[in-house]
Design a protein. Sequence first.
Length: 431
Amino acid sequence: MYQPELETMSQGAKYQLQSDRLISLVDRLKASEVPYWQDKMAGVAAVKSIDDITKLPFTVKAEMRNAFPYGMLTLPISECNRIHASSGTSGKPTIVGYTRGDLDVFAEVNARVLGCAGARPGDVFHNAYGYGLFTGGLGLHGGAERFGVTVVPASGGNSAFQVELLADLGARGLCATPSFSLLLAERAEAAGLMDRIGIEYGILGAEPWSESMRTKIEAAWGIDALDIYGLSEIIGPGVAMESVAAKGAPFIFDDHFYPEIIDPKTGDPVLDGTQGELVLTTLTKEAMPVIRYRTGDITRFVDEPSECGRTFRRMDRISGRADDMLIIRGVNVFPSEIEAVVLAEPGVSGQWAIILDKRGTLAEMVVRCELATAQDIPQRDNIRERLEKVLHSRLRSRTSVLIGDPGSMPRSELGKAKRVFERIDETDPLG
């Protein structure tokens, strides 16, 4: 562990710490002269403990866009040491400012991430997250340096060169999106470099991925593939992380980020163990704290203790985003459900996509994937029939499956893999 005294803190001590931090945060925001915070905190009563957090208003992403660029900062931009931003795929990006104290917290939680993965001081750590305005690359970079590993800031893209770096520099750890890690495995195998690459753990995130994807990645590399969770509105990567002993239920670093799970329709808390929308409050952020941020991510709390001894609150892996849910002929479908089925089939690779065919009166869902190897070609029809049968059983909706030859699906060298496409004419959206 990186901070055993904090990572194994008793629940009583953590309750007091969370309460003290929330009280201090609310007092500071109520006293703020920033218009956004004056409006946000108007009428908010004093809080006496973390139990009073439900008295505070929710925050949604639209507020951040409306406050662009600096309207949510609690202090002048001149007092910030760094700016990051979301991708800005719809409208203005979300701008997030960091003080020196915020960057210290950013490095601290990502150093914990390295500890959860089984890193050791002195490791060579290959960071294939993108650098720049995206929080991923620099976030893990700072945590890795804080932990005491040697960072290779490879960033994204140029997969052929990256596998050479993995072989030549002796990396023990890899950080990347799950889809890019699979692409690197393909490139390494094709280049005959697998025997020279000795990575033992992968810290993988920035896009949803399933247990079936984990199985593919671990089989390809022979590593522990671990899920990291974060979002730029809260801090970036390092909000939650699996440990080697606790796969399937990441630890939320709840001394810094207090979690709730609510009914996405009513906003009310759900019963323990029930799925709902994850809500996060930043207890220690200075430049741009966030109160009860509705992430849109669907999960549930997991209360079973972990063998590794960490006492942070645990959550189930994110099953999808509320705004990513597809409605196909009245049936709700998360892309992660499709991935879990497709990648559980050994005869297909880790590359897949959903095509929403809207050329007819009613939209049809087509799942596209590719065979894993040339030896699977004679079994193409059998594999397709198995997948269609399992998808129909799981989704209760008939789904067509098209399976191409090995290597026929497009690969993503940069950023998050796109999985859902629309087809409105005769043009193939996958090219």
